[in-house]
Ligand binder design. Structure first.
Ligand code: ADP
Ligand code: MG
Length: 252
């Protein structure tokens, strides 16, 4: 489904992502791990069209999507959440999720009816779809709260709901469990597994190794921008090169 070929990003003299290549097969959950500053977020910023590549190519379902803008990638079925939460802070939880339904809203309805959201049948359908997502994420009671008033963990779940509202085929998650307690993290893992059952392919950046082990079919490990390992989580975590990368960080 996703093919990265020698994907590289330089910021001035710093090579944040250095010739990374790997494939993500349809229907799997791929973990993306590595120490802080390894280049994980930069990589999914490029996959999701937030920043241009310095070099390399990205293919999605066989088509070259290198440097396509984010809205076109979204239309093709790529959605994401952000490590640094990017909700519409003074909009309600429901409003944030409705914003994710933008592409499912026909042109004729989109603009003026957007201003009067609950009046016509299209808008009603979008509202119902958004509410179903909130129900699924057990957030119905937070529906009318401003996004900014929520706890960190709840804000992450709204981000997830907004991404799911676009009906993605490939979902990119950037540290979705940050700010969640252990049981919330486990529930998040169960949800991620359900999404895979429903046919969503997932690329998951995560520090919580329990979550990685709970859900991932495969992981890619990066360090200083370069891929240092790839394989099943149980195998990769015993790889001396991977252990060294993480120990090196603890010493720093
Ligand atoms: N917009 C940017 N401008 C300059 N340097 C950046 C930018 N974004 C990230 N970096 C640098 O690129 C490296 C990788 O960062 P990042 O992708 O956020 O790592 P990770 O998500 O693995 O913690 C870091 O050294 C970071 O400081
Ligand atoms: Mg990051």
């Amino acid at each position: 489904m996703l093919n990265l070929n020698r994907v590289t990003k330089q910021f001035g003299g710093l090579t944040a992502v250095d010739q990374i290549s790997f494939d993500v097969e349809t229907g799997i959950i791929m973990g993306l791990i590595g120490p802080n500053g390894a280049g994980k977020t930069t990589l999914i910023n490029m996959i999701s069209g937030l920043m241009p590549l310095t070099s390399g190519t990205i293919h999605f379902n066989g088509a070259d999507v290198t440097n396509l803008p984010a809205h076109k990638l979204c239309k093709l079925g790529i959605a994401r959440t952000y490590q640094n939460i990017r909700l519409f802070a003074d909009m309600s939880v429901l409003g944030n999720v409705l914003a994710g339904r933008h592409l499912q809203t026909p042109w004729s309805s989109r603009y003026w009816r957007w201003l009067f959201p609950y009046r016509d049948s299209t808008a009603q359908a979008q509202k119902a779809a958004s509410e179903a997502l909130l129900k699924r994420l057990q957030m119905v009671d937070l529906r009318d709260h401003d996004a900014a008033d929520l706890s960190y963990g709840d804000q992450r779940r709204v981000e997830l709901a907004r991404a799911l509202a676009t009906e993605p085929r490939l979902l990119l998650l950037d540290e979705p469990s940050a700010g969640m307690n252990q049981s919330e993290t486990f529930q998040l893992g169960e949800l991620i597994l359900q999404l895979r059952e429903e046919g969503v392919t997932i690329l998951l950046i995560e520090h919580d190794m329990d979550l990685i082990n709970q859900v991932c079919d495969q992981v890619v490990v990066i360090n200083f921008g370069a891929k240092i390992a790839q394989g099943e989580p149980q195998v990769v975590r015993r790889d001396p090169v991977v252990i060294e990368a993480y120990l090196g960080q603890e010493e720093a």
